[in-house]
Design a protein around this ligand. Structure first.
Ligand code: EPU
Length: 347
């Protein structure tokens, strides 16, 4: 088998894995995992590689999760979906609409597979997967024990769930249970959706509208390698926020949980990164939060250095320290982002 991970990471980095295996069933997944772990190789599960930055070749086993299956049950008020984690997220959204099951339309066109969507609690346009998640099934691939967590156990936060935390990294999400109300209420809270309000709105219209905005704002990774938003939108204390707002009265923000949430794209934009090209790396002209491997020939380390430059410039200008959303992976596995992005306290 070809060991290139180039089409398996949306930054289009030319890197290799020691062993890459496309897995369609759980049995095979556990078997391979055990075999490579026994020999002390690092092991990694990838969906579509749409939220990862590889710094080097990966010296271990890369499992491409293609365990598929969508099962529908219905109760009086709800649709209950049981989805295996190797299904494509966007195909799932389309499948639900086609079957007149509504609610996921705000999450259209997000790249990746259902398992990784759950782990990082994907969100866009006022919705996130946590709003629909009923349970998650996950496996310890060594003992083959399967457990189920309900929504609360998953400890969902903004782009975060328990499965990103240290003690849960050894588990693999194998399926996700979603529940969708039969009584559809459009979610038009997000500012750019507000003027759909007067329209005779349908889930399909929201879906089309969101697909259009995303196509305009987020470059096709097949042309310009990218992983969507590189950083998370930062939350800062009310005190710090009000000081910043006195200095920058045009700064967009929202109030959330007694904090001020800023837009990382706006902060980066103020630092003129659109004009800056470093070893083929720049930010997208329509969305500064998206870092581009513009000519698809940069290295992972070039992208990381560029991101560090953004982090320092924004931090020094605003005293707001960004946290990467993208997961950084070295030859032996995931790296703690605090090694490169040291300050994570914005209070
Ligand atoms: N903005 C700028 N300049 C920029 C980018 C943004 O001024 O270059 C400001 C504008 O005020 C704009 C606001 O930021 O109105 C929000 O921008 P946008 O709607 O593009 O959303 P975002 O906050 O930058 C987040 C998610 C996206 C998601 C969109 C839509 C994060 C880190 N990113 O971006 O998710 O699609 O909202 O809901 O939360 C992803 O995670 O990879 C991703 C693309």
């Amino acid at each position: 088998m070809n060991n290139s991970l180039k089409i398996l990471n949306t930054f289009n980095l030319k890197i290799n894995g020691y062993k890459i295996s496309i897995i369609k069933n759980l049995q095979k997944l556990c078997q391979l995992w055990k075999k490579y772990k026994k020999k002390h190789y690092p092991c990694l599960v990838l969906g579509e590689g749409s939220n990862v930055l590889f710094l080097n070749n990966f010296y271990g086993l890369v499992i491409i999760n293609r365990i598929k299956g969508i099962y529908i049950r219905e109760s009086k008020n709800y649709w209950n979906l049981h989805i295996n984690s190797g299904e494509s997220w966007h195909k799932l959204v389309k499948f639900t609409l086609k079957n007149k099951i509504y609610g996921l339309e705000n999450l259209a066109l997000i790249p990746g597979r259902v398992g990784s969507a759950l782990v990082q609690n994907i969100g866009a346009y006022g919705s996130s997967i946590k709003d629909f998640c009923q349970y998650v099934d996950f496996i310890d691939p060594i003992s083959k024990k399967i457990k189920r967590f309900n929504n609360r156990d998953c400890q969902f936060k903004y782009r975060d769930s328990i499965f990103k935390h240290k003690n849960y990294k050894k588990y693999i999400v194998i399926s996700v249970g979603l529940f969708l109300s039969k009584k559809w209420i459009p979610n038009l809270r997000y500012s750019s959706l507000k003027y759909l309000k007067n329209d005779n709105i349908t889930p399909q219209k929201i879906f089309n509208y969101i697909c259009n905005i995303r196509r305009k704002k987020i470059p096709n990774h097949k042309i310009y390698g990218n992983a969507g938003s590189f950083f998370k939108n930062p939350s800062i204390s009310l005190e710090k926020g009000s000081k910043l707002l006195q200095m920058y009265n045009n700064m967009p923000y929202t109030l959330q949980d007694n904090c001020i949430k800023l837009f990382a794209g706006w902060l980066i934009n103020q630092c003129n990164f659109k004009k800056y090209l470093y070893k083929g790396v720049t930010v997208h002209s329509k969305q500064s939060l998206i870092i581009l491997n513009k000519f698809n020939n940069s290295l992972g380390i070039d992208i990381l250095n560029f991101a560090i430059k953004i982090y320092n410039t924004v931090g020094n200008k605003f005293d707001v320290w960004l946290e990467p959303e993208v997961i950084i992976i070295d030859s032996y596995g995931e790296i703690n982002p605090l090694i490169f992005f040291k300050k994570n306290n914005n209070n």
